[in-house]
Design a protein around this ligand. Structure first.
Ligand code: SF4
Length: 79
């Protein structure tokens, strides 16, 4: 599975990073980025918790083969 962050909605409060730092990391621009793509299956619970905890509903989960909008893909970066 893949995660994305909608940067039009993210307010940079780092809740996702605190829940699942293996997948989410705040960038220098103050927005959350996805640093594991696709993320490991054993982190599914933490990623779902981050989705539910995000105050602006900015995080989405996608199937590996899903067609993801380019603007959302910009939130993914590999380390
Ligand atoms: S929890 Fe949501 S609003 Fe907060 S940093 Fe993460 S994606 Fe952005």
């Amino acid at each position: 599975m893949r995660a994305t962050v909608d940067h039009d909605l993210c307010i940079g409060d780092a809740i996702c990073e605190s829940i699942c730092p293996q997948v989410f990391e705040l960038g220098d621009d103050g927005l959350s980025y996805v640093i594991a793509d696709p993320y490991p299956a054993d982190l599914q619970g933490e990623v779902e918790e981050a989705v539910e905890s995000c105050p602006t509903d900015a995080i989405a989960i996608h199937q590996d083969d899903a067609d993801i909008e380019d603007r959302l893909l910009k939130s993914i970066r590999s380390k």
